[in-house]
Unconditional design. Structure first.
Length: 139
């Protein structure tokens, strides 16, 4: 893992971890920002009125990371103990969501050539999609 991914980028008064516009979880283009401590959790903590717990929690974590919309949505309001655990959580969700695609069989080119045109197109496009999903999970 390069140091660039862990570098903090300052935007105004807010620190966003990771390489700008690259999803921290899957490496695709980031078009949103994930709050590592979900805003709903922060609201609940502040409602409880325990400033010590809130400060401890905020002081030990990156508050935001770059994320694509899908990974941000998969992370949701879940709360993990560390940023690597949150990444593992999102990757697990990606594996579950795309399980059927990941488990598609690997066809030999000769086998594909024996099939009809529409089936060939479907198998080749499915193989590209499978490679893309595996690349995201491996990031």
């Amino acid at each position: 893992m390069s140091n660039r991914r862990w570098r903090s980028i300052w935007i105004g008064n807010h620190s966003i971890w990771g390489t700008k516009n690259v999803c921290y979880y899957c490496g695709q283009q980031a078009d949103s920002i994930d709050h590592v401590i979900p805003q709903a959790v922060l609201r609940e903590l502040s409602a409880l009125g325990d400033e010590y717990v809130t400060k401890e929690m905020l002081g030990k974590r990156a508050l935001k990371v770059w994320a694509c919309r899908e990974c941000n949505s998969l992370a949701g309001c879940s709360l993990q103990d560390s940023l690597p655990e949150r990444r593992d959580f999102v990757k697990k969700k990606l594996r579950k969501k795309y399980k059927r695609i990941i488990e598609l069989p690997q066809w030999e080119e000769g086998e594909i050539e024996e099939m009809g045109y529409n089936l060939q197109v479907f198998i080749r496009s499915s193989a590209k999609w499978k490679d893309f999903i595996k690349q995201r999970i491996a990031y």
